[in-house]
Each structure stands twice: as C-alpha cells, then as structure tokens.
Design a protein around this ligand. Sequence first.
Ligand code: CAA
Length: 398
Amino acid sequence: MDFALTQEHEMIREAARKFGEQEILPGLAERDRAHESDPAVLKKMGESGLLGVCIPEKYEGMGADYISLGLACEELERADSTARVVMSVHVGLQSMTLMQWATEEQKQRWLPDLASGRRIGGFGLTEPNAGSDAAHISTRAEKSGDHYILNGEKTWISLADYADQFLVVAVTDPTASTPTKGMSAFIVDRTTPGFSSRPLKGKLGVRAGNTGQIFFENCPIPAENLVGGEGNGFKIAMSALDHGRYTVAAGAVGIITACLDASVRYANDRKVGGEAIGRKQLVQQMIASMVQGREIGRLLYQKVGWMKNQGLRHTREVSLAKWNNCAAAFDAANKAVEIHGAYGFSDEFPVERHFRNSRGAMIYEGTHEIHTLMQAEYELGYRTDRPLDHSLPAWPFE
Ligand code: CAA
C-alpha cells in the first residue's frame, strides 16, 4: 500500500490551488452576492488543462490519473463550489461517462473538444417529478428514421445556459419490463431545433454558478448521438454518478480545508480576555473534529480514485465517500461559522458561503438519505455490485 502522492499529483494539486486563488476568488464574493456566474471562468479552466485532467492524451487530455482529478476538485472547491461543480458535470458526468460507454468513433468526435474546453458538457437526468427516483423520468425519445425525437424537460441542470452539449437520459421504450431497462442516453447539442434553457434563481448556495432548466420540444437527435446502445440509459446515468459523486466527495474535503484555514486564522487572531480563542477547549474540540473530517474524507475519496485507476467497480465505495464527506463538510462549515461568531454570519468571511454551498452537496448527486439507504442495503445483502460490461478505462491509459 502506498499513500504517497507522485510529483505529477503535487503539480496538478498546486496548479488547481493557484487557479482557485487567481481565477476563482477575485470578485467571487460580489458575484456570489449578486447571484452572477462568470462564463469566462469556463474558458480559463479549459486553457489551464483542468477540464482534461484525466482524459487520455490521444483525446487531447492531460492523461493524468483519477486521483489527480480528485486532487484538482479538492483544491478548486477550497476556493468555491462553483469551480468544482464544473469539474463534476463536464469531466465527471459527461467526459468520463463517454470514456466508459461511447464507441471509439464517438470518443474521437467529442472528447478532444471537451478535454480542451473548446466545448462545454452538461448532464440531464433530474426532472421536476423525478429526482431520487431516477428510474421514473418521463422525458421521451421516439425513434423516427435516422433520428430520435426528444420531448421533455430537465431541471437543476448545472451549466444549463452555457453547456454546448448535454448527456441526456430519456425513455425510449415505455413498455420495457422495468423502467430502468427502457431508458437510453444521448448527446444533445444546444443548437438542436426545439432546445431551450432557463436559469434557476434564488438558490441557497452555489450562487456564482449557473444552474437551470433545459427543455426539449420535438428536438431531432441524430441516431449517431445515441450513447451505449438502446436500453442502457439507466446504467449510463448510474455510472455517470459514480464519476460525479467522486468529484463531489473530493471537493467536500476542499470545503473542510477552507473552513479549517479560516477558523485557525480567526481562532489565533481573535482574543477574549487577552487570550486567543484557539486556547479555549470548546474551540479546540471543533477544530479537532474538522481535522478528523478532512483526514477521513481524504482517505475515502483517494481509495475510490485508486479503485478507478485499477478499473474496479466502486459504486458502493463512492457512495460512502460522497455520503460521509458531504456531511463532514457541512458539519465543518457549521463549526467554522460557530467559531467566527457573528462574523461567521456575514459574507465578510468566506465561511458562510461554504456553509450554504456545502448544504447543496448533501442533496445533489444522491441525497444524504439515498446514500444512507444504499449503505444499509449493501451491508444487509439487499444490494450488490456486479462487475460491469463497460468499465471506465483503467490508468495508465493504453
Ligand atoms: N453502473 C452501472 N450500472 C449500474 C450502476 C452503476 N453505478 N448502478 C446500477 N446499475 C445497474 C444495475 O446493475 C441494474 O442492472 P440490471 O438490471 O442489469 O441488474 C440496473 O442498473 C438497475 O440498478 P438498481 O436496481 O440498483 O436501481 P435502483 O432502482 O435500485 O436504484 C437508486 C435506486 C440507487 C436510489 C438510484 O435511483 C439513485 O441513485 N438515485 C439517485 C439519483 C441521483 O443521484 N440523482 C442525482 C442527479 S444528478 C445531479 O444531481 C447533477 C447535478 O448537476 C447537480
């Protein structure tokens, strides 16, 4: 067993940290307050290479391993959740899912543009009436000659207004023996006639990021945009979540680190009765608990990164990491607000933003309750992970 990070890992971690400090943090508090996203960040993320971090070099990616992706997400979310959300949907939910399921021809068609950030990718599963119950979506794709006609809507879609293409899951066979067998996945270009998007306003967190709804009205989708064959849409969605949840779990550790950075600084500076509040045992208890969250969280997500590198199925392990780490991040952010007292209640300090952002991560990519149930079902023997027919390519890449 080797816990050491390689030179390449350290280099990517450092690059992501600098990107967060230099490209995300300036002006962020104002954008967050105004609920304004900055699409220029997407372009800069593409230019930095981060959008292709774990995509093979033959598709214009950096060719680094999946632990590198986790490290990048950790460092980006240390600045703000919005940057990590981009990694989650663009790299995790779309590019890695294409790496796992697309034909070689489709990979050559889509991955280089995604890895370089020339095009931005999104993901469409959730609908107004189907969130946790992903098997009961109603967006419909009907075959018509060499096209599918797509009708329906998706909601809570990150980058709804900016992504150039979405990996969309729709029902192709409503008469299938179970709903999960009647779904298929497609790449939908935003220039498709009948496609439209609308931003969602009034979010509790991730306010400097774009989230919205996407609508399909008789959208003609070329049959060559079908990914993974008809009937595999649910499996594709679930394997996309294996990648998305990994990025969320890693990012949560970044939130804990940011909260620790701010709290340690504040606890050393703030004096009560002439003594730093860091000397108070109740403050120390909170700091210690945040350290515990950070260290356990890092072990959990890096184990998943290692499993991805080996090409092993990791649905159970990534659910555990996402479940644990998001709860630990919310707890750390809550404690950081507590340590900051009234200042923690103000956007003068970053901890209230992390508090709001970390709450969202306990809902998206599988709610806290869904992961609780999954963990219990695995342990009780009601749920098992069989090896997959289509695995994410192991690292090093061929
Ligand atoms: N990879 C590949 N195949 C998988 C898989 C995976 N990770 N997980 C399941 N499958 C396969 C199963 O093997 C099974 O195949 P067979 O029929 O051949 O046996 C099939 O898919 C059905 O699987 P399950 O029986 O496990 O399905 P289920 O109905 O029990 O799933 C659930 C229930 C786990 C709760 C699932 O519905 C779920 O995870 N729900 C949460 C959805 C979610 O996380 N939504 C988040 C939306 S995305 C988002 O938030 C993005 C954003 O931008 C913010």
